[in-house]
Design a protein around this ligand. Structure first.
Ligand SMILES: *Cc1c(COP(=O)(O)O)cnc(C)c1O
Length: 433
């Protein structure tokens, strides 16, 4: 599933021993495998090749410019949700006409910048946003393309906080409203409404919700054609599952086996397909390394207190997300064969793995079985590449960790650790207004 592997009880990322690496860099540390990152992209590209899609990597999942550059060099487009992400896409050298821009709250400045950059598509979420974007384009004397985000009202059966495609969601419009939307705005000369955008939620661990959503979108596209509105782009969004546990998700090929035949007629009739994968590329390409600070016994509970927590990886407490956590250096009998919540091995202890932040919600795992660990041991939080560093904060005035890219036996610092100076730099001067 990725390039993080135990050899003789020692954890490696590609050819780099992670204990050795952290002796050089310190902890906490985000580490990424170039091979995994690129492999996961290539698998999606191969699986969907018959549709010749634009694969727009979702920058919000893991946005380091050096990582985005790797995908831009492979021909990926980018899915952005803010002016800041557009800036990252530009810095990564992404081809701007392969950029899609989603988000319910785009500001005038963000819209201007995106029109100036000549991005591929605005993914429009409401009537008010369409009108504002069209009027900005008119004032600039520009034309831009738009896709309407449609809520197909399917339940992707994922966490409430990451479900986006049900009727009562702040994202997009429902199918009835989409017909009226095209009637009203479908002939705007400055913002050309030519696409339908779907994004039903994430992670979605089965193919059926996509099949259902796409089937509804294709029927809508046929109806719109009868009304005289040609839709030439269908963006099916992201949300494809990543393996947080071993073999938990369908492979790119399994999604494609059902989706390619479904979309092939649209493609063959000249339609453009867009995909927006994020986590399925980034999640398993990254891990968070952390050192055990203290062991604390409290009643029947054992707490393993580490030097990272919700401030660097918020998914466990925000989404009840599971991340496999294991020491980087273990006895042969404790070398894990899978990444499951419960492993059947002798001598494991049940503990909560918690951080230093002054919040009860500051944990990485609860009631988790671990080999015995002591102060100074290094732990690996696996599958932390997506929605890890991008959601990290400075709460409790904690500097954010460094990021390192591994390529074979080479390690490169692609973001330095923040310093205390960085924390107060924007406050250096107080200015009268
Ligand atoms: C978050 C998001 C994605 C990516 O989701 P993943 O689960 O990371 O694949 C794609 N499209 C849109 C519109 C999103 O908001």
């Amino acid at each position: 599933m990725d390039a993080f592997e135990y050899r003789d009880g020692q954890l490696y990322c590609e050819q780099v021993n992670l204990d050795d690496l952290t002796r050089q860099t310190g902890t906490p540390l985000y580490v990424y495998s170039r091979r995994t990152f690129e492999d996961h992209y290539d698998r999606i590209a191969r699986a969907f090749v018959d549709l010749d899609p634009i694969i727009c990597y979702s920058i919000k999942s893991c946005g380091n410019v050096h990582l985005c550059k790797l995908l831009a060099n492979r021909g990926a487009g980018m899915d952005v949700v803010s002016g800041g992400e557009l800036y990252r896409a530009q810095r990564a050298g992404a081809v701007m006409n392969k950029v899609v821009y989603a988000g319910v709250g785009k500001t005038d400045r963000e819209i201007c910048d995106a029109i100036e950059a000549r991005i591929g598509w605005f993914n429009i979420e409401s009537e008010a946003e369409f009108e504002n974007t069209a009027s900005i384009a008119r004032r600039m004397g520009a034309t831009a393309s738009a896709a309407l985000r449609v809520n197909p009202d399917v339940d992707p059966k994922t966490h409430d906080k990451t479900t986006t495609g049900k009727k009562e969601s702040k994202f997009g419009v429902d199918i009835e409203r989409a017909r009226r939307f095209f009637e009203r705005y479908g002939r705007d000369p400055h913002l050309k409404l030519r696409g339908i955008h779907l994004h039903i939620g994430s992670p979605v661990y089965t193919v059926e919700p996509y099949v259902e959503a796409i089937t509804r979108a294709l029927a809508l596209i046929d109806d719109l054609a009868e009304q005289g509105h040609r839709v030439d782009t269908l963006d099916i969004g992201g949300g494809f599952g990543a393996d947080y546990e071993s073999a938990q998700s369908p492979l790119a090929a399994d999604y494609a086996a059902q989706l390619v035949p479904l979309l092939k007629p649209f493609h063959d009739a000249g339609g453009r397909i867009i995909l927006e994968p994020g986590r399925s590329i980034a999640a398993n390409a990254g891990a968070l390394l952390t050192r055990v600070q203290y062991i604390k016994l409290g009643g029947r509970k054992k707490f393993v207190i580490v030097d990272t927590g919700m401030h660097h990886l918020v998914r466990p407490t925000l989404y009840d997300a599971f991340h496999f956590i294991w020491p980087t250096s273990v006895a042969p009998m404790h070398q894990p064969a899978t990444r499951a919540p419960k492993l059947d091995m002798p001598g494991l202890e049940t503990c909560d793995i918690v951080g230093p932040i002054c919040e009860t919600g500051d944990y990485l795992a609860k009631e988790r079985s671990l080999p015995p660990v002591t102060r100074g041991d290094l732990l690996c939080v696996f599958s932390a590449g997506a929605y890890g560093m991008v959601m990290a904060s400075n709460y409790n005035a904690m500097p954010r960790p460094a990021e390192v890219l591994i390529e074979g036996s080479k390690a490169t610092l692609i973001r330095r650790a923040e310093t205390y100076e960085d924390l107060v730099a924007p406050e250096a001067e107080a200015t009268a207004l």
